[in-house]
Design a protein around this ligand. Structure first.
Ligand SMILES: Cc1cc2nc3c(=O)[nH]c(=O)nc-3n(C[C@H](O)[C@H](O)[C@H](O)COP(=O)(O)OP(=O)(O)OC[C@H]3O[C@@H](n4cnc5c(N)ncnc54)[C@H](O)[C@@H]3O)c2cc1C
Length: 405
């Protein structure tokens, strides 16, 4: 439907990253008209093996079994599996300052894997392809939101090319700096972690053994994530480190960086034999005070950003989308509209507590491991060894990290 100079849809999603595209796929069959608008070009196809780029995306996600189940429900997972990804069955976490060490294994909870490492560009491509093949979703890309207004009381989105789009529900999935959230004046609580995350793809001398390795250094955690089952020496690294040290590491030559990485990982996988270009991301914790307003819902990084030390950011974002779609589909079955505050409040109630708990846990870990005081070092090393000897507690931690706790 359209009135002069203004088009209408039931649900407009701003942002075609992983969260926004998952929301579009989840709502495609809802019987409501849906539009997703994304500032960048979206991929039209998912590369298949044989046709894959040689280089790996420096941005990867450790997807939990819960997120994978959701991507299966959306029909996007087979395309990801058909391209490339790497399941990990074990996880080893250890403290650089002491003897604390803990191992987790999928068998402890009778699961096939603890999670799967996937390049972000493949998740996006699989979801974009699914959304475009489903029909029922209007995809506007590239299309950039430039302003927002409300007309009795429905949100009206203004795009940079002058298009106006009126909707009953506006889903903001436009990332950590969410222009939608800012334009609506929705407040956040934020603080700097004082860390930057350096990411890149590296080859090690030894096989990764389908294990995610994480060493907690006082300057920040370093993760080595298994990236390929075919070339099982390839890992993606996420090295979160104090800002000034990040600058210094970024300025180093590849050889000097590889040496520093080998030392920081205690040569757990041997020497670093090759290293792709590095990228760095500032890390800041951010949490929206409210996820919803009448006719508006925030999902994914627009609602919360979290330290990547446990690889939970987009897993929380996908859980937001899953819950929001469930609440909306229940409302539609009862003949209710998508922008109603009672419907949106149920989404907020179901997600906020979980997100806050995960954010608090990540913040606590980060603070605990950056302490040098001997009593705290003793506490965390003893804590790790104690938990390692308590199978029930370990199983609980594993299930929580897998998103099925
Ligand atoms: C180093 C690092 C490692 C990480 N590792 C993991 C991990 O292992 N596991 C995990 O779960 N999470 C991880 N995360 C977090 C994860 O990457 C994010 O949570 C996730 O990418 C957020 O997805 P999103 O779709 O919410 O937002 P984004 O990916 O930021 O997508 C937002 C989209 O909105 C679009 N947009 C913005 N403004 C506009 C506008 N005005 N108009 C139209 N479109 C707009 C953007 O172009 C973008 O495509 C990591 C994060 C970092 C920094």
């Amino acid at each position: 439907m359209s009135e002069a100079g203004c088009e209408s849809v039931d649900i407009a999603i701003v942002g075609g990253g992983i969260a926004g595209l998952a929301a579009a796929a989840a709502l495609a069959g809802s019987g409501r008209s849906v539009a997703v608008l994304e500032a960048r070009e979206l991929p039209q196809t998912v590369p298949v093996s044989g046709d894959l780029p040689e280089d790996y995306d420096a941005r990867v996600s450790a997807l939990t079994p819960r997120s994978i189940d959701f991507l299966k429900q959306l029909g996007a997972w087979p395309a990801i599996e058909g391209a490339r990804c790497c399941a990990y069955h074990h996880m080893t976490v250890w403290d650089a300052e002491g003897t604390g060490r803990i191992e987790f294994d999928a068998q402890e909870v009778s699961a096939e894997s603890l999670g799967t490492i996937v390049e972000n560009r493949l998740i996006t491509a699989a979801l974009a392809w699914k959304v475009q093949s489903l029909g029922g979703v209007r995809v506007l890309a590239p299309a950039r939101l430039s302003d927002l207004s409300r007309e009795d009381p429905e949100p009206v989105v203004l795009l940079e090319d002058g298009t106006r789009l009126r909707c009953q529900l506006l889903i903001a999935a436009d990332g950590a700096l969410s222009p939608t959230r800012e334009l609506l004046g929705m407040r956040t609580r934020e603080w700097e972690y004082g860390h930057r995350a350096i990411v890149t793809t590296v080859a090690f001398e030894n096989r990764h053994q389908h294990t995610a390795w994480q060493r907690f250094l006082q300057t920040g955690p370093l993760a080595l994530l298994p990236l390929s089952s075919v070339d099982d020496r390839l890992c993606s690294i996420v090295w979160s480190i104090e800002e000034h040290l990040a600058d210094e590491l970024l300025a180093r030559s590849d050889a000097a960086f590889a040496k520093a990485l080998g030392e920081a990982s205690e040569y757990v996988l041997g020497n670093v034999t090759a290293c792709a270009p590095r990228k760095a991301f500032p890390l800041r914790q951010r949490h929206a005070v409210d996820y919803v307003l009448p006719g508006v819902a925030l999902v994914g990084d627009a609602a919360h950003t979290i330290h990547p030390l446990a690889g939970q950011g987009i897993n929380l974002g996908l859980a937001d989308v899953q819950v929001l779609a469930e609440e909306l589909n229940t409302a539609f079955a009862r003949g209710l509209g998508p922008g109603r505050m009672d419907v949106l409040s149920r989404y907020q109630r179901r997600r906020k507590g979980d997100n806050l708990a995960m954010m608090a846990a990540m913040d606590g870990f980060k603070r605990l491991f950056e302490q040098d005081a001997p009593p705290l070092r003793w506490l965390r090393n003893t804590g790790m060894r104690t938990v390692a000897g308590l199978p029930m507690v370990k199983r609980r931690i594993i299930r929580q990290a897998m998103g099925v706790g």
